[in-house]
Design a protein around this ligand. Structure first.
Ligand SMILES: [Zn+2]
Length: 215
C-alpha cells in the first residue's frame, strides 16, 4: 500500500505526531503539519504567508480562511499527487469546511486517536525534557538510565511548564472546545476511523495499519 489521503485528529499527548511521521514514511506521502507549513509560507513570503505573518506578529490567531488557504496551497505541490497526511489541520469546523471546498470534497480518511483524559494527563505530566539537547523521557514509560539525567548528554531533566497538570487540563479543554465537533462531523460523513492511542507506540501503529487497511 502506498499513497492515500489522511487527516489525523487526537488530543494532545495521544502521540499522533509520532504515528504520522511513521505512516507518512511508509506510504511515501508528505507529512504536513500546520505549524510547519505556516512557518514556511511566512519564510517564502507567499501572499497568504504574508497575511498570516501579520496576525502572528500581532499575537493573534491566524483566521481559519488564511490557514485553510496556506494548507490548500501546500496540497497543490507536486509531492502531494499520491496523497498527504494532515497533522494538526483541520482544527475547527470552519477549517474542515474550507478544506472540503478546496479539495473538491475528497478529503480522505480521517483517523481519530482516542485517549482518555486520565491517560492524557498521565502521559503529559510524566514527560521530562532535557533542556540541553531537547530529548524527551517519561517517568514511567521512557525512563532515563539514571533517574533525572539525560541519557545523551547527562543534563538534569526538567518538566516543561506546558506539561504541568493545570496546563494540561487547560490544553485539553481548549482541544475539546475546538476539535470536539470535528469528530462528529466526520463520523456523520462516514470518514472516521477510530484508533485507540493507549499502549506502546509500536502497538498503536499496528492497530492503525489494520484499521486503515479495512477502509
Ligand atoms: Zn540531553
Amino acid at each position: 500500500m502506498a499513497g492515500g489521503r489522511f487527516i489525523f485528529l487526537g488530543p494532545p499527548g495521544a502521540g499522533k505526531g509520532t504515528q504520522a511521521v511513521r505512516l507518512a514514511k511508509d506510504l511515501a506521502i508528505p507529512h504536513i503539519s500546520t505549524g510547519e507549513i505556516l512557518r514556511s509560507a511566512v519564510r517564502d513570503g507567499t501572499e497568504l504567508g504574508t497575511a498570516a505573518k501579520g496576525y502572528m506578529d500581532r499575537g493573534e490567531l491566524v483566521p481559519d480562511e488564511v490557514v485553510a488557504g496556506v494548507v490548500a496551497d501546500r496540497l497543490t505541490s507536486d509531492d502531494c499527487e499520491a496523497g498527504y497526511l494532515l497533522d494538526g489541520f483541520p482544527r475547527t469546523l470552519a477549517q474542515a469546511r474550507a478544506l472540503e471546498q478546496r479539495t473538491g470534497g475528497n478529503v480522505g480518511q480521517v483517523v481519530y486517536f482516542e485517549l482518555s483524559e486520565d491517560e492524557v494527563v498521565e502521559r503529559l505530566t510524566g514527560r521530562r525534557t532535557c533542556p540541553s539537547c531537547g530529548r524527551n523521557f517519561h517517568v514511567k514509560y521512557l525512563k532515563p538510565q539514571t533517574e533525572g539525567k539525560c541519557d545523551t548528554c547527562g543534563a538534569a531533566l526538567i518538566q516543561r511548564s506546558d506539561d504541568t497538570e493545570a496546563t494540561v487540563l487547560e490544553r485539553l479543554r481548549v482541544y475539546r472546545e475546538q476539535t470536539g465537533d470535528l469528530v462528529g462531523y466526520y463520523e456523520e460523513r462516514n470518514l472516521l476511523t477510530t484508533v485507540s492511542a493507549a499502549g506502546a507506540p509500536n502497538d498503536v501503529y499496528a492497530t492503525l495499519k489494520t484499521a486503515i487497511a479495512k477502509e
